[in-house]
Ligand binder design. Structure first.
Ligand code: HEM
Length: 502
């Protein structure tokens, strides 16, 4: 079913767009100290949220120069006075929050990636109640929109920005993440936006998901929404009850600040090439690309197994089933794990395609920090300059990485499943001791993770992989519809659990 304009007006823009035309981003972390003030801020904010409606002026499509979206954590909903009875209708993993010990176990957030070590959102830092996601066409527009929202926060009672927490993100001109690989290529298409695609309910609450079911949605009993502000829940599971649907047109957002050790990554690849007797820079880049599953240009290894081919950079229309042993694209490569497409073992292609459809993620990440090197050098894999660059990289002490964001209707069966069952699973695809080389789970010394790279004669196995990525911050957010945001802003009046305030 195609999403109607009324629906697009209600769905936050970050769900349906990566704002590719707005390369600059800032993320503000908000704490609420008083429910009434928090609700007033949410109500004010609801008037400046960018929806999913496509911009047309006199029939022309005009893209805006800024976009504003908001995500609210479970603690934030509580702090804004949402009734505990309503909060309990959210999925458990969201209620727990990303730092709960059971979530950390699932996500592999231990050691240097443990929430205790986080800069933002961990148990040792102030709680994050909401995240403002600001996007802009250039620095000037970003500064303006940031000041506007900081002023709004400052002038609102009961809410404030966490001191020193603002994060900057950007989409580099090269489109390369800090290791130097073209990022932001493969994305699921939402069926409701037209054409073929993944069922809308995988990303937006209130629509059928892969199983032909409505994803679970948080609900509000009639007495807390006496004005029927929210749409009535149309669900066979609640047929006899009169409930407001708080989730409709909303979704869930995962935030992870992932710091990358770029020098460590390339030094490892150079060491591994040297161990195999090669100092050829093309070999170093080949090894790194085998870990990613795409070449630096973005060309998928499955289509370009021997060398980079920038003409294939944007391709997303490929499958793995005719490469069952991973000779072209290793089974453990990052992109093959995070979306195994038609080759999820041991299932036949069609079943695999169907099963993977329920574990897709809409990625909305941005890079942060200054690049350690110019990713364009990777385009010249034969040059001596490249060799000098790659072997000469040393850490400069600056933080860099990606602000990883993804949208999904189920944190548990999408993000958490992908991280746990595919990325961190040493036996993924019949492997034995291979975890995802990129996604950052630390491996205990007694069970090191390696990369297995099958070649036509035998397999190459690397030395144990050091950790290249460390989690530095995180949050699970609800991305309410505009209607739900107005409701949370007190639009319906009787939102509070009796006795919570006054
Ligand atoms: C710093 C950490 C990470 C880096 C450097 C990284 C890098 C990349 C790159 C270069 C690609 C290929 C380009 C593209 O298709 O857009 C990619 C694809 C992808 N990544 Fe990551 N990634 C990171 C973390 C993660 C995490 C934590 C997840 C989820 C748990 C994830 C999920 C995906 C998915 C779903 C794809 C698309 C696969 C496909 O559909 O073919 N990534 N990533």
């Amino acid at each position: 079913m195609r999403l109607k304009n009324e629906a697009l007006d209600d769905i936050q823009g970050i769900i349906t767009s990566g704002y590719g035309h707005l390369p600059q981003a800032a993320y503000l972390f908000v704490m609420m100290s008083n429910a009434e003030g928090a609700r007033r801020w949410l109500a004010r904010l609801s008037t400046s949220i960018t929806s999913s409606r496509r911009w047309t002026v006199d029939g022309d499509s005009r893209k805006p120069r800024v976009a504003v979206n908001v995500g609210i954590t479970a603690e934030g909903l509580r702090a804004s006075g949402l009734s505990a009875d309503v909060l309990r209708t959210f999925p458990l993993e969201f209620q727990d929050g990303i730092t709960a010990p059971e979530r950390s176990r699932i996500l592999g957030d231990t050691g240097a990636s443990a929430p205790d070590e986080w800069e933002i959102g961990g148990p040792r830092t102030d709680p994050v109640h909401a995240m403002l996601l600001l996007f802009a066409a250039d620095e000037t527009a970003l500064t303006e929109i940031c000041s506007l929202h900081r002023d709004m926060l400052e002038s609102s009672d009961g809410v404030g920005e966490l001191p020193g927490s603002m994060q900057r993100g950007y989409r580099p001109e090269t489109a390369a993440e800090p290791f130097g690989f073209h990022d932001g290529i493969a994305q699921p298409r939402i069926a409701g936006l037209g054409g073929d695609g993944v069922p809308t309910g995988e990303f937006i609450l209130g629509y059928e998901n892969h199983y032909g079911l409505m994803p679970p949605t948080p609900v509000v009993p009639r007495e807390l929404d006496s004005a029927s502000f929210l749409p009535r829940l149309a669900s066979p599971y609640h047929a006899t009850k009169d409930l407001g649907d708080l989730g409709r047109h909303g979704s869930y957002l995962v935030y992870r600040k992932l710091q990358q050790d770029v020098a460590g990554f390339w030094q490892f690849m150079a060491r591994e090439a040297a161990r195999g007797g090669s100092t050829d820079p093309a070999r170093i880049v080949w090894l790194a690309s085998k870990c990613v599953g795409r070449w630096p240009s973005g060309a998928p290894l499955i289509l370009a197994p021997d060398r980079d081919d920038p003409r294939l950079a944007e391709r997303d229309d490929f499958f793995y089933a005719d490469d069952p042993d991973g000779v072209r694209c290793p089974l453990g490569a990052h992109v093959r794990r995070t979306n195994p497409r038609d080759a999820l073992k041991p299932y036949p292609s069609e079943q695999s395609l169907s099963m993977t459809e329920s574990h897709r993620l809409l990625r909305r990440g941005r890079a942060f920090g200054p690049p350690l090197f110019d990713a364009r050098v990777l385009g010249d894999a034969s040059g001596q300059d490249l060799l000098k660059t790659l072997t000469g990289l040393t850490d400069d002490g600056q933080q860099r990485g990606v602000h990883f964001f993804c949208i999904n209707a189920s944190l548990k069966s999408q993000f958490e499943f992908v991280q746990q069952a595919w990325c961190d699973n040493p036996r993924f695809g019949g492997l034995n001791d291979n975890m995802d080389p990129l996604t950052g789970t630390p491996c205990p010394a007694e069970t090191p993770s390696r990369m297995t790279i099958p070649e036509s004669q035998g397999s190459l196995r690397t030395q144990p992989l050091p950790r290249f990525v460390t989690v530095r911050a995180g949050a699970y957010c609800f991305v309410p519809s505009l209607t739900a945001l107005r409701f949370l802003g007190g639009g319906a009046g009787a939102l509070l659990h009796p006795g919570l305030e006054h």
